[in-house]
Design a protein around this ligand. Structure first.
Ligand SMILES: CC(C)(COP(=O)(O)OP(=O)(O)OC[C@H]1O[C@@H](n2cnc3c(N)ncnc32)[C@H](O)[C@@H]1OP(=O)(O)O)[C@@H](O)C(=O)NCCC(=O)NCCS
Length: 140
């Protein structure tokens, strides 16, 4: 692999980002929506193998003490090679004094435990589609 990291949104194929997130079952928004979401995020990280986009993630943050991670995904054929770790390490490092929250998709909790994330006892969410999120195992 010839890895390259990018920390801005220049030249990103939002169609590709949308397709990766859709195939991972993580989001089903238009490419334009994802473009807006990443552009409005404090931290973005895109990982390329040569010119091929193979993974990404982003964080919302006040830049001071609170941050939230979203949309961490790695192409299936590149999973298990340390790419997700690069993405999360980079995001965590971007706001060293921040509390960072996220909600892992069910089955991926162990991935975040590797970075010392711990399950929250009082996490609450107001989802736009509460029934879907309940069915997917995110809420009680
Ligand atoms: C979850 C995901 C981002 C992990 O990325 P990855 O590149 O495969 O992970 P890495 O190779 O960097 O793994 C880092 C460590 O986490 C572990 N790990 C990876 N996925 C894991 C999982 N689902 N559960 C537990 N541990 C996991 C690895 O074994 C590795 O451990 P090690 O450091 O002891 O060797 C990736 O599998 C993915 O994109 N999945 C589909 C999308 C998704 O579900 N994203 C998460 C949304 S919350």
């Amino acid at each position: 692999m010839n890895l390259r990291l990018q920390t801005d949104t220049a030249g990103i194929s939002w169609e590709f980002v949308a397709s990766i997130l859709r195939e991972a079952g993580m989001a089903n928004f238009s490419p334009e929506c994802h473009k807006q979401a990443f552009e409005n995020s404090q931290t973005v990280i895109f990982v390329f193998d040569c010119e091929k986009l193979i993974g990404f993630g982003r964080a919302l943050s006040d830049g001071t003490y609170q941050s939230a991670i979203y949309d961490v995904a790695v192409l299936p054929e590149y999973q298990g090679k340390g790419i997700g770790k690069i993405i999360v390490d980079k995001i965590v490092g971007s706001c060293p004094d921040c509390n960072i929250i996220l909600y892992a998709s069910p089955g991926n909790e162990g991935f975040y435990e590797k970075f010392n994330f711990r399950r929250m006892k009082t996490g609450m969410a107001l989802f736009t589609d509460p029934g879907k999120m309940k069915n997917r195992g995110f809420t009680e």
